[in-house]
Design a protein around this ligand. Sequence first.
Ligand SMILES: [Cu+2]
Length: 107
Amino acid sequence: MQPYVWTINGATWANHIPVTAKSGERLEIIFHNMSMMGHPMHLHGHSFQVVDTGSGRFSGALRDTVFVPPMAKVTVALDAGEAASWMLHCHHMPHLASGMMTELLVS
Ligand SMILES: [Cu+2]
């Protein structure tokens, strides 16, 4: 039997490896959904811009949550903010509860 577990970069929250950045640094995060369920991905403490949904670059909306459809890839750009640990997780609560969370660790 497979346990009910959702991961980011192959790890649950208990075993996560943070995404790191320096305050003020511009970075892009690629959400590559390799499952058959959509995931509303949410980052605390920041706004990001959706810049690619698989059909080429564009200047998308500023937001703090983006829905990543099944088997899709969505890229967001952001400027790392205050030095702190910022939660980055799926907002589908059963996924979050099973471990689908990591952190953006800003130094
Ligand atoms: Cu999810």
